[in-house]
Structures are given as C-alpha cells and as structure tokens.
Design a binder for this molecule. Sequence first.
Ligand SMILES: [Ca+2]
Ligand SMILES: [Ca+2]
Length: 362
Amino acid sequence: MNAGRKPPMEPTTVNRSIAHRYLVSFTLAAIVGGSAAAIDDPSPEHPFIYERSVWLDADSKSRSIEEADFEGVPDRSEVVDRAVGFTDGGDGSRQRLRGWIEAPRTGAYRFSIASDDDGVLLLSTSEDPSKGRPIAQVRGFTARDEFDRQPSQISRPIVLIKGRRYHLEARQRNVDGRGHLSVGWQVPGGPSGVYVPVGMRLEPTFRLEVWTDVPRSDPESTDVFQTPPDRVEACFAMYAEDIGTNVATRFSGRFQASTSGNYRFFLTADDLATLRFRSTQGGDGWRPVARVASWTSPEDWDGRSEQVTEAIALEAGEIIDLEVRHWQGNGPGHVGVGIRGPDGFDARPIRSVAIPDSKSGS
Ligand SMILES: [Ca+2]
Ligand SMILES: [Ca+2]
C-alpha cells in the first residue's frame, strides 16, 4: 500500500444470479466520501488513485463521445480511490476519470466500462497517457456497474506485466437524466465474466467437489467423501445448482466475521445435505450445525428449523471453516450456505468479496 493512501472502503459483494452469472455490485461501496485530501494525487507511483473531472455545460448533448470536448478547465475535479465517476453531472455534462493502474500479476486482463450515457475506455501500453488507445465503448447506456450489457463495453484480453504501471482513462457523456461511469476488470486466474473494480480481486474462493454416479446416500455417513472427487470447481459464492443427477458434493469455504456478535448459518439444498463448521481459532473441531433431510426450494433458507443453526458467537476477525456434504438425486438439485449476523448483515448465499489486490501480487 502507498503511504498516505486511504484504506479501502466497504468490501464489495459478489452476487450470483440464478442464471449462473456472477455480477459484481460495488454501487453501495462506491464513492461516498471517496474524495479526501488524504489521498495522494494520481501518478505512476500512486496507482489506483484517480482524478475525476466533470464539465457541466451542455456541450456533449449534441456531440458524440468522440467529438465531445475533454480539454479545458473542468467545472469540478477531485481525487478518488475508486474508478467511479460523478453521478450528478446533469444534462449534457461529460466527465473524465483517469489514473494509473499496476498489474498485480502477469497475464491476460479484460477491462469493462459501464456508463450512462456513452462511454469510452482508453488504456495506454505504458505509463505514458499519450499512448492511450480505446479498448472498450458503451453505446447508449448500461446500468450502474453493469459490466456485461454490451459486447463493445468489454475489451479483448490484454496482457499486462506484473509490476508495470499503465495509464487508464475513461470518458463519459450524459445526454440527459441520470449519468454514471465506472471501470472494472477481470484479473488472470479470476472467474470468467466477473468484473470487479480495477485494483481489486475476489476472495475467498469456495471449493466445490463433485462425485458422480452416487446412489442415494446419507451425506453424514456415506464414505464416498473419502474417495477422490470426479471434478473440482472454484466458486465465488457458496451456492451451486444444476450439478447433475445422482451426485454427491462437498462444498468447502471460509467465513470471516467482520464484527463481534451472534451469527446464524442457513442451509438450502435439494435433496439432502448437512452443514458443519469449526473455528480456526481452536475449539472443539468440526461440529454439525444444520441439515436438510428433504429438499427445499433454492430460495428457502429457513422454512424448517433444522436448516438454521443456533446463534453462534464470533469475535471480529474470527475465521470459520464451513463444509457442506450434499447428495442430489433426480430433477433439480442445488446446495447453498448463507449467513446472517449483527447490524443487519445478511449474505444468503455467502459470497466472495472484492478486496484490494496486493501490489506485490502472487
Ligand atoms: Ca443519461
Ligand atoms: Ca433433486
């Protein structure tokens, strides 16, 4: 981290829709309070810091994004630590968001721009802003942080070199009504189709192991889990569905409590499942805490008391290992783990969150 750089704000949540798509929503975590004197100005030495500037006159109302004027003195300009633009520019306004990024690892990245209305994203091949070239465009508009609405808003894979800095610039014009601008990326090795704010990655991953051709089995007592699985998937939410017929699955993950208090875990499954947990800070080892003895619907997290654990007291920062053993026979099948905690915390299912990627990478 850079000295003087503001700590990241709220972690970003990752949603998995029922249609097998992952969406990243960082609207809530966005830019509230993101402008602060404490942030360094953007520079190659201070990547993932951005200047956002807005021109409020109606110039771009009648011009295309390519023709719009991004020169001259902006009406408002500030430094932020998320690649998220202003939302209050108003009719005809246009804005520019620019700064440097640093590749946390070597590999192929994809970038996406979300904007309302038109937007264009430029990436330089180096630190030099003058080498910036358009890599993605929004025509019309997307929803806020909607990174997969238009094929053109997503760049082709672009290889970046670990430790190198690159200049990034996003431009947007707002014809009328609402307007917004944000930039996301997919890092090498990350989930396909998932965009997180540039500079961030998803953690933790959840491990789904699948055994096929398993006759009806009590997940608590079958010994199939002692054998090597037929396949393993990394997931970014502790939820899976359409996993086949006559399959056993084991879903493993971790949860870290952000605040001290009482938590309850929820289990949804079709057909049979048990959930157990252990604290990584000592304790009594694995404890079974919830079960599904006959199928539930995917959205049914608490229809029966056996699906929900007792209140479990966790300390802030405490990490819990979770494991679900599951069996699915015919028809639909799914398995998922959710959690509710203090201050209205509700993650059903538990999801990965976007965290700042380590500058040193891995
Ligand atoms: Ca608009
Ligand atoms: Ca079933």
